[in-house]
Write a protein that binds this ligand. Structure first.
Ligand code: SF4
Ligand code: ZN
Length: 314
């Protein structure tokens, strides 16, 4: 029997980068303390009253929701937590995601909003496949989720929007943006995206220093059901290929992901923030939400979809 590093109980989880085996109870404490430390280090909840957690039904966002629920009741009792889930209409997948969200929220007593893309917006994510956007469907799906999550969080009066982005997600983005030399994108990879625009809710990433594996362990330790299958539209995605490659580098250079993230946040980001100007936002002429040009990227996407449907029906 392998013993837990912190007590004598049987170890259940290996924290790879720290080469540390922990039992279930010590792992839960370790995980929640890491989130708490991240929240405090970056002042994520300073002055917050209403926090929306964006939940997909996957292990990361569900682990985030369960941990935030514990932390808020113990350390930030003045904060109201609300979960928002968007049902993307992906057959054989979205139904299960929604079911997990509803069951976990009901078990934990968390107020939640389910937003059904098909009935509310008139399309489903698979409909984008028939448009030129379908070649990079995860990019288009990301645009939809980012826009709607912000709009919904704004409409319910949240002053923070917490997402389940983890260390692996962030390192994958850094990898892509460094390769492309895209400094405007690199400067946006940060633990908190503060906003003083009332229609743009401040985004926080409390899991940014935790790995996908740690989130999965926490979900398992808390009895949160895991999705049996991944999104069928993700097959062959570049993002997954890059994550696999980063996994290989991590095996050769243990601690690579933590090192890349830390050098970005501590050394590179402060310099980029001084030199790369914040984009100036205007209002989308169609929906009135913040936008970089006359029409926001979400309204452009919906217009392209409508144009394609009109072509198909003639
Ligand atoms: Fe959307 Fe791609 Fe995620 Fe599927 S894998 S939910 S298409 S972003
Ligand atoms: Zn718009």
């Amino acid at each position: 029997m392998t013993s837990c590093r912190l007590c004598s109980s049987q170890a259940a989880y290996l924290i790879e980068h720290a080469k540390m085996m922990l039992c279930r109870d010590c792992f839960i404490k370790y995980y929640e303390k890491k989130i708490y430390n991240t929240i405090m280090k970056y002042g994520m909840l300073r002055g917050a009253g209403r926090v929306t957690v964006a939940v997909s039904g996957g292990k990361d966002s569900m682990a985030l929701l369960a941990a935030m629920n514990r932390l808020v009741s113990e350390k930030f009792p003045g904060i109201k937590l609300i979960a928002i889930h968007i049902n993307l209409g992906i057959e054989g997948y979205s139904e299960r995601c929604q079911e997990i969200v509803e069951n976990v929220c009901e078990d934990l007593g968390i107020e939640h909003v389910i937003y059904d893309l098909s009935s509310r917006e008139g399309y489903r994510i698979p409909d984008l496949k028939s448009t030129p956007l379908g070649r990079r469907i995860c990019g288009a799906c990301g645009t939809v989720k980012r826009y709607l999550m912000n709009r919904l969080a704004y409409e319910i009066g949240s002053d923070r929007l917490a997402t389940g982005h983890n260390l692996d997600d962030v390192v994958e983005l850094l990898f892509e943006f460094y390769l492309k030399g895209s400094v405007e994108d690199l400067v946006r990879v940060r633990p908190v995206s503060w906003s003083d625009n009332p229609k743009m809710v401040t985004k926080i990433k409390p899991l940014i220093e935790l790995t996908e594996r740690e989130n999965m362990y926490y979900a398992m330790a808390q009895g949160i059901p895991l999705l049996a299958a991944s999104c069928p539209l993700a097959k062959g995605s570049r993002m997954l290929r890059r994550k696999r490659l980063i996994g290989l580098i991590e095996r050769e250079i243990p601690g690579f992901k933590h090192m890349l993230y830390k050098s970005h946040v501590k050394r590179i980001l402060p310099r980029l923030e001084k030199t790369v100007p914040e984009p100036s936002l205007t209002e989308c002429e169609k929906c009135g939400m913040p936008s970089l040009s006359n029409m926001c990227s979400y309204c452009k996407l919906v217009s392209r979809l409508a144009a394609r449907s009109a072509e198909n029906s003639t």
